[in-house]
Design a protein. Structure first.
Length: 276
C-alpha cells in the first residue's frame, strides 16, 4: 500500500465534490476547505470517522476490498479512478470492461494495418475477434468455424488442417494450453470457460490428457514453422501485445522470420515482391 499517495488521492477526490453531487443537503455551515467533509465521506462509505481520518492521514491501517470499493462509490470514482484507488491500496484491480465481439472497427483497422504480417485479436477466452487477410491465407480462416467454436484452443486441438500445417504442433499446442489454463484459473466459473473446457475434453484426447497436469507457462518469444500447401515452409516470429484500452484482449502479430518467408507470404496475398 502506498499510504502517502493513497491519502493524497482521497483528499483530492473529496475536494472535488459538493454535497449535492452525492445527494446530501448543504447544512449551511461554513466549510473550511473545498468539497465534502471527512465525516460525510465516512458516512457515505459506511466506515467510522476516525478510521477514514486515519486513512487520509496515511496511518498504518489496512483497507479491505469491500471498504475500498465503498469509498470508490462514495467518492463517485469512474472505472479508471477506481482501479487506481485499488492499486494504491495494494489490492487487485477490477477487470476493465472489454469488447465481447469483433464489432469494434478499431480492432479491424488494427489487424488490417499489420499486413502483410498475419495478425489476430483474441478476447479473454481466446475467442477470435478480428483477423486480417494474411492470417486467413497463411494460418487459418476463423470465419469458417462455427461461431461457438471460433476459438484458438479449439482450433489448435481439433482442426486437422491447422495441425497438418504446423511443423512442431505439440510444443505450440502445449504453449497455447498453458496460457488458456492460466486464464481459466483466474475465473474458473466463467460460463464460457466451463463450456469450452467440457467440449475440448470430449473432442481432443491430447487436451484430455494434458489438462489435469496444470500446465502454466507465460508466453515466451517463439518462431513457428508452417508447411503451407501452396507456399511451402514459412517461419513466423510470434509477438503478443495488449491494447491499453482493452487490457484483457490479446493482439498477436506473426512476422515472417526472414526475407524468403516474407516473399512467400506476399505471394499468398497476391503481392509483387518488394524490390531489393
Amino acid at each position: 500500500m502506498d499510504r502517502t499517495e493513497l491519502a493524497a488521492f482521497l483528499r483530492a477526490q473529496r475536494a472535488r465534490l459538493q454535497p449535492a453531487d452525492v445527494g446530501l443537503r448543504d447544512d449551511g455551515k461554513r466549510r473550511r476547505t473545498p468539497g465534502l467533509r471527512r465525516e460525510e465521506v465516512a458516512a457515505l462509505a459506511g466506515v467510522s470517522d476516525t478510521w477514514y481520518t486515519w486513512l487520509e492521514q496515511g496511518r498504518p491501517i489496512m483497507a479491505s476490498v469491500q471498504v475500498v470499493d465503498a469509498l470508490a462509490r462514495a467518492l463517485r470514482l469512474d472505472p479508471d479512478q477506481h482501479r487506481y484507488l485499488r492499486t494504491l491500496a495494494g489490492l487487485s484491480t477490477p477487470r476493465a470492461e472489454t469488447v465481447t465481439d469483433g464489432g469494434d472497427p478499431r480492432l479491424r483497422r488494427l489487424v488490417d494495418a499489420a499486413a502483410p504480417n498475419p495478425a489476430v485479436v483474441y478476447d479473454c477466452h481466446l475467442d477470435f475477434l478480428a483477423w486480417n487477410t494474411a492470417y486467413l491465407r497463411v494460418r487459418h480462416d476463423p470465419g469458417a468455424m462455427p461461431p461457438a467454436r471460433r476459438n484458438l484452443v479449439w482450433m489448435m486441438f481439433t482442426d486437422a488442417e491447422n495441425r497438418a500445417r504446423m511443423v512442431h504442433w505439440e510444443p505450440a499446442a502445449r504453449s497455447v494450453l498453458s496460457q488458456f489454463r492460466a486464464a481459466v484459473g483466474r475465473v474458473p466459473k466463467d460460463p464460457r470457460f466451463v463450456e469450452l473446457v467440457s467440449a475440448l475434453d470430449d473432442a481432443s484426447p491430447e487436451f484430455r490428457a494434458w489438462w489435469p497436469e496444470y500446465p502454466i507457462r507465460d508466453f515466451k518469444p517463439v518462431t513457428v514453422l508452417i508447411e503451407h500447401p501452396a507456399a511451402g515452409r514459412v517461419g513466423l516470429d510470434i509477438y503478443q501485445l495488449r491494447p491499453v484500452e482493452y487490457p484483457d484482449l490479446l493482439f498477436v502479430l506473426q512476422i515472417p522470420a526472414g526475407e524468403d518467408d516474407l516473399r512467400r507470404v506476399r505471394e499468398l496475398l497476391g503481392e509483387d515482391p518488394v524490390p531489393r
